[in-house]
Design a protein around this ligand. Sequence first.
Ligand code: ADP
Ligand code: MG
Length: 681
Amino acid sequence: MNTLLNDPVINVKGIGEKLEQGLNSLGIHTVEDLLFYFPARYDVYEIKPLSELLHNDKVTIEGEVISEPSLAFYGKKKSRLSFNLQVEYVTVKAVMFNRSFAKKQLQIGDIVTVTGKWDQHRLQITVSNYKKGRAKSDAKIQPVYALKSDVTNLQIKKAVSTALSQFQDSLQEILPQEYLSAYKLPGRLEAAKQMHFPDNHQMLKHARRRFTYEEFLLFQLKMQLLRKRKRESTHGNSLEYEKQAVDEFVEKLPFRLTAAQLRSLKEILTDLHSPYRMNRLLQGDVGSGKTAVAAIALYAAITARKQGALMVPTEILAEQHFQSLTELFADHATVVLLTGSVKGKRRKQILQEIAEKEADIIIGTHALIQDEVLFQDLGLVIVDEQHRFGVEQRRVLRDKGLHPDVLFMTATPIPRTLAITAFGDMDVSVIDEMPSGRKQVETYWVKENMLDRVLQFIQKEVDNGHQAYVICPLIEESDKLDIQNAVELYEQLKEFYAPKTSVGLMHGRLSSDEKEEVMRDFAANDIQVLVSTTVVEVGVNVPNASVMVIYDAERFGLSQLHQLRGRVGRGEAQSYCILVADPKGEVGKERMKIMTETANGFELSEEDLKLRGPGDFFGKKQSGMPEFRVADMVHDYRALETARMDAQHILEAGSLDKDPQFKQLAMHVYHDNIVMGETLD
Ligand code: ADP
Ligand code: MG
């Protein structure tokens, strides 16, 4: 890399030891660090027409003093100076605190430029800065840097300005000319100057665009290289599955696969067959048919004489999958269930079946990853709702086989590029299409005072032969309160609906026998209204249920609400989701509105992302999301996609190693070893 830019920052003229220390504490060690220490924000001293000023904004206006400034003292040494300014034929009141000296400087007839907070209602400005004379046309946009210790904004401005001229020859272009032209991006040095000292908004925008693209392209190149290398270096198995048997199995399903299911299945089967180890994420909305695809993949593994494991987050879900897969594989395979509540003799027997390969397909919760579970020949591992398991848990399960292929599934749809970014080296398949004939769930948002009507509505649906879920408020701090809440709500509803309609209760503290009994009763319509905590969130399938009521809906994330909503709309009948919420803030209201308007999980997740930001979205710990200086993965999503495709193209063409135009870029790509968050080895 360029040696001069790696010089210690003290080599910039005018920076002494003390300032160097201050800069170090801001993470600025080299000249390069300084040049790329972009402003956190900008102060804009731009004169706009009065009509365009926004209430409470920091604004700059220019006008003529038309009243004698009057000074008032109050408290100890506090003062308030006020005078009228004529701005565009309008009289604006200017107020300055604790600047009594200004009284002498301001006379009627003076032209002044004042900056401060704008009060739209009183046509008043609280002045923080003033200058006699008209605003200069230059330096309207001023950098404001993030500061720490006793380094001042002015010191950084000066240091950056000096560094930009002193080291301008070292700040070389790294993007090939053809890319700059194609995207109309400014050169690197020019863009860096504009980031710090923008001539105007337009130039600043272009500078940001340039660095956004540069950051994304470097990031994508590094990541794709990493994936490629890793893929080529990991050993895997080539599963010799029987294609014809798999085709016949698909033929016999009671439905035709959707195009998206077929595409995903093909990608998975190709992975299984390849000598590399599959490390793939299958994404799809609730009910889009992921499990169906997973089942076919498991079947393929069996035809290759391997064992397959399916790990799911809850016992209920494990039991449901066990039932449906047992039916599906009736004459083809032996399916066993291993959860925490399979105990004693039965457990021993199942463990033995797994070890001796009498069991072909093993379904379970995290019980599957305990030491005592030994597979004889595990070829395919599928992890459902992968985000519910920690990285470590997923790794342990995967290591139980000899390089088994691994498929992760998630119903929390994440835009593809973000998924690749967030999950590093995974390949991604997307089921972005619902099986035909599904009715959309109608979603309503009501305030708490409408509860009575909601309960009546449930009664009406029940009278029509349907069933309802009522999800109680979630109390994160306390498991105990959570359950207490559920019990109380259950008692209330029981009273409300007695004696005709039967109400059931489900929560995490029930034993698995009790849970199963409740679910069985609900599935058999012996229970019509099921009060539950979020344990029903994933996977539970009772097609006759047509109403989902969610109390305190504002406490849930959009994706979680969407999951819950996915419990209904599984049968023929029109289904409804009713969100009961009195959100306080604007964001909360916005989220409820989005839920009523959007049925598409991908759109919802994008909205969720916008409202919460990627850190929150993925959960801080597990994300390991890369940090960018300028780029923003959510707002600059399209640039990320462009960069992804360009990177792919560059790597496929081998340009980094061959084309002299790419030399600088190659140096940057190969230079620092990228630190990815969640790489799976
Ligand atoms: P997911 O796992 O994505 O939530 P499932 O695989 O459980 O979805 O499918 C939901 C329901 O739709 C199941 O009852 C399944 O049998 C059915 N199903 C799956 N694929 C199709 C399809 N292509 N056409 C019709 N029904 C389907
Ligand atoms: Mg393979």
